[in-house]
Write a protein that binds this ligand. Structure first.
Ligand code: PLP
Length: 428
């Protein structure tokens, strides 16, 4: 038995399912998860000492690669001054200003501790600001696990049980209206049905929790127009896409300005940080300046602020954004070429440092319905063939994969060589 398998058995005795977040359990692909001992650059190392080229990057945050020396130093240095104060610090201003500079629509920023907190708080703010209860989300989009958002959610909620989780009272979910991603008509119809009741639309501008689905031309622009027409706020959930599909996020990539933005993952450089922000007049509606309550004992934690500030400062250096997109494109196209060589039908999507691949005959995968028609079985086999060859992809057909600036030529070539073998085996 491997050390990972032993640890998994042990973990399951005290931790539900042996994991602290469901998708880590490999339920979407079968088999036992690997237990990670350490990580460096583009690699993670499991408890048995095996190295893997990592395309999960802690589910997004590790955009500079693991164990980046500058982030590590910033964390150590900040820790020497104390771990948490529960009082304001200069470090919070530094990160808030940096975020505002990189994402100009975020005129004001409130730090929280996770993406879930960011989206939950942004929706409360939108409801408070507009005085309306209902909001629109999209089928297959995931925005964390707040009650009102676990309605037709993507990610782990899609592979692991009912999209609407038991424990969420119907009354809590009844104001959540669900539309179809990349289908403006479904949104227009919802506004026609509830013209004065919809507080906001929350959307993953590039959907990353039903694999990777970019917005169709005009979709985000159409959401903006409908929100303006009906007096609703537009929230871009950029927890995944922020700093990744472009430095300024999907809003910079597609040139559409939301009223509010939620961030997570990259903003903490690997520490637990989330943030939401946007138009000044809306943000001033939260406590203590406004009536909408929102708070956090550890929010703006000095260690986390130091890690996030260092990560964003390095990331924004010239050339990084383009380089990340190039690496990712090369990888995605390489997967496609290898699949074609072996006659395995495959579609790929890629935006900036985010990509997805789909075992399907369709040339383009643009909707949740398309994703559901892909072969999960082929994905599972491919996943394990790659894992055996030292490549760690997201363990679910419904997750996007991520690259980092630590993925160099060597890692891309090794990954594509492994993919070539894996597609060959799949084709026989
Ligand atoms: N929003 C999006 C788009 C996400 O991908 C996620 C997590 O994967 C979340 C929100 C929730 O973030 P967290 O897991 O930090 O609570």
């Amino acid at each position: 038995m491997t050390k990972s398998a032993e640890l998994f058995q042990q973990a399951k005795r005290t931790i539900p399912g042996g994991v602290n977040s469901p998708v880590r359990a490999f339920a979407g692909v079968g088999g036992d998860p690997i237990f990670v001992e350490r990580a460096d650059g583009a690699y993670i190392y499991d408890a048995d000492g095996k190295a893997y080229i990592d395309f999960i990057g802690s589910w997004g945050p590790m955009i500079l690669g693991h164990n980046h020396p500058a982030i590590r130093d910033a964390v150590v240095s900040a820790a020497q001054n104390g771990l948490s104060f529960g009082a304001p610090t200069a470090r919070e201003i530094t990160l808030a200003e940096l975020v505002s500079e990189i994402v100009p629509s975020m005129e004001m920023v409130r730090m929280v501790n996770s993406g879930t907190e960011a989206t939950m708080s942004a929706i409360r703010l939108a409801r408070g600001f507009t005085g309306r209860d209902k909001f629109i989300k999209f089928e297959g989009n995931y925005h964390g696990h707040a009650d009102c958002l676990l309605v037709k959610a993507g990610s782990g909620a899609l592979t692991l049980g009912e999209p609407t989780s038991p424990g969420v009272p119907a009354d809590f979910a009844k104001h959540t209206l669900t539309c179809t991603f990349n289908d403006l008509t479904s949104v227009r119809e919802m506004f026609d049905a509830y013209p004065e009741d919809i507080s906001c639309i929350i959307v993953e501008p590039v959907a990353g929790n039903m694999n990777c689905i970019p917005p169709q031309p005009g979709f985000l622009e159409g959401l903006r127009e409908l929100c303006d027409q009906f007096g609703a706020l537009l929230i871009f959930d950029e927890v995944m896409t922020g700093f990744r599909v472009a430095l300024g996020g999907a809003q910079a990539h597609y040139g559409v300005k939301p009223d509010l933005t939620t961030l997570g993952k990259v903003i903490g450089g690997g520490m637990p940080v989330g943030a939401f922000g946007g138009r000044r007049e809306v943000m001033e509606y939260i406590a203590p300046t406004g009536p909408v309550y929102q708070a956090g004992t550890l929010s703006g934690n000095p260690i986390a602020m130091a890690a996030g500030t260092t990560a964003l400062s390095i990331l924004r250096a010239e050339g990084n954004e383009q380089h990340l997109a190039e690496i990712t494109k090369r990888l995605a196209l390489g997967f496609k070429e290898a699949a074609d060589r072996h006659g395995v039908p495959l579609a790929i999507n890629q935006v900036g440092g985010m990509f997805g691949f789909f075992f399907t005959d369709k040339e383009q995968v643009t909707s949740f319905a398309d994703v559901q028609q892909c072969s999960i079985d082929k994905f599972k086999r491919f996943f394990h063939l790659m894992l055996e060859r030292g490549v760690y992809l997201a363990p679910s057909a419904f997750e996007a994969s991520f690259t980092s600036l630590a993925h160099g030529d060597k890692e891309i070539e090794a990954t594509l060589a492994a993919a070539d073998q894996a597609f060959h085996i799949l084709s026989t």
